[in-house]
Write a protein of this length. Structure first.
Length: 139
């Protein structure tokens, strides 16, 4: 199972992947603006098991968003979920290939919020390549 942790105050994120036994098998951390004390606190309490991530979720931190990731972090998952196929797929795919896994996870996770925003405002949806180039999920 994969989780995306976003530290909103520090503009940092982390993609955690756990195996079937709930043990951490992969961590892709994108550091932000943590100070030394915050790094120490984070890594001393690091969620090395899936049960620990559940504890973190229950604590409902104001500056930490934790999302369970159902989709794979691949281009097909992004392209299908984005569901706006008016531009050339290959151009979007080239952008996707150079992105790191954190950015890919955030890009996919933000699509639902972006779609809600578009529905509320009536703004036209950007082409996938524009969405990726402008890093809409970071705005």
């Amino acid at each position: 199972m994969k989780y995306l942790m976003q530290f909103t105050k520090h503009k940092a994120s982390c993609v955690l992947e756990y195996n079937e036994e709930g043990a951490l098998v992969k961590c892709d951390f994108q550091p932000g603006t943590f100070d030394q004390q915050e790094y120490k606190l984070f890594f001393n309490n690091f969620p090395t098991t899936e049960s620990k991530i559940a504890v973190w979720k229950k604590q409902n931190f104001k500056t930490l968003k934790i999302e369970k990731f159902k989709e794979d972090i691949n281009f097909d998952s992004f392209y299908d979920k984005y569901n706006h196929k008016l531009s050339k797929r290959s151009r979007s795919e080239l952008i996707w290939k150079v992105m790191d896994n954190n950015e890919k996870a955030k890009a996919i996770a933000f699509i639902s919020s972006y779609d809600k925003y578009l529905a509320q405002t009536g703004v036209t949806k950007k082409n996938p390549e524009t969405y990726l180039n402008s890093e809409m999920w970071n705005n």
